[in-house]
Write a protein that binds this ligand. Structure first.
Ligand SMILES: Nc1ncnc2c1ncn2[C@@H]1O[C@H](COP(=O)(O)OP(=O)(O)OP(=O)(O)O)[C@@H](O)[C@H]1O
Length: 258
């Protein structure tokens, strides 16, 4: 790991009127690290993810991101065009519902190729070849390249969403309950593909999940949220094996002991 974090979040607070989404959250994300944000429904996980990725504007606090040229930038100071560029090149966002991250009536190859065109690739034959390679990497049969994702199963759609996001080799991926809507048997394959790609590509990721088993499989480090606050944070194995906060103890015993 290098000395400069990829992302530094300081005292981030997001309120919805008088209701608190997340409050006074600080953390650093290091290159190549996967950080899970866990907690029960309503604890503020999605609010935090969306505030960090600027899908919503936080009420206060700062998020500093180290750009590809090594310059740390306060995300609040980026122009709209700079943010869009970041979203197309350096960042990926995998939604729980694949329909939110895919174009459901565009072919699978088109869904992947579109992201390449957004970063300036123009040669049709090359784009199709890269798209075909990526479908293979996420275990989608080559003969489905011209089919639209609305004809795919839930697991295939999610694997396609992963391909669409990773084809531009982002440095940071936001994963919002990426296996949340899937049957357990289908989840395993999606998780396996994701774990392999994250490791192969040395990706940094922030993963929101209420499922501690998913966090255990993918994350190096874990932050536990309750009522908008981080109550515990540490290496995944440490938090799961030796939880310190009573709420984490409850979560771990109720979920892993079954
Ligand atoms: N758009 C919104 N308007 C008002 N309140 C909101 C909004 N979104 C979230 N909240 C509130 O903020 C708090 C945190 O919600 P959030 O969705 O971030 O939690 P979560 O841990 O992601 O839950 P889930 O796992 O159910 O998605 C909750 O009290 C929720 O009711």
């Amino acid at each position: 790991m290098t000395e400069t974090p990829l992302l530094r979040v300081e005292a981030l607070t997001t309120r919805y009127g008088s209701r608190t989404g997340c409050e006074d959250v600080s953390f650093a994300l290091w290159p190549g690290e996967v950080l899970a944000i866990v907690g029960e429904s309503g604890s503020g996980k999605t609010t935090l993810l969306n505030s960090v990725s600027r899908r919503i504007e936080p009420t206060s606090g700062t998020v500093t991101y180290t750009m590809r040229d090594g310059t740390p930038r306060d995300l609040a100071t980026l122009t709209e065009a700079e943010r869009r560029h970041l979203g197309r090149t350096d960042w990926g966002f995998v939604h729980q519902n694949p329909a939110d991250g895919l174009r459901m009536s565009v072919s699978a190859g088109g869904n992947v190729g579109e992201r390449l065109m957004a970063v300036g690739r123009r040669h049709y034959g090359d784009i199709r070849q890269v798209a075909a390679d990526w479908l293979e990497r996420v275990e989608i049969p080559a003969d489905r390249i011209d089919d639209a994702p609305r004809t795919f199963s839930g697991g295939m759609r999610q694997r396609l969403q992963i391909a669409r996001n990773l084809v531009t080799h982002p440095r940071l991926v936001f994963l919002d309950e990426p296996t949340g809507g899937l049957d357990v048997s289908v989840q395993a394959r999606v998780l396996d593909v994701m774990r392999r790609l994250v490791a192969d590509m040395g990706l940094s990721a922030i993963l929101v999940t209420h499922d501690l088993a998913v966090a255990r499989l993918l994350a190096d480090r874990m932050m536990v949220m309750k009522d908008g606050h981080v109550v515990e944070e540490g290496l995944t194995e440490r938090v799961l094996e030796d939880p310190q906060h009573p709420y984490t103890q409850l979560l771990v015993s109720s979920i892993l002991a079954v």
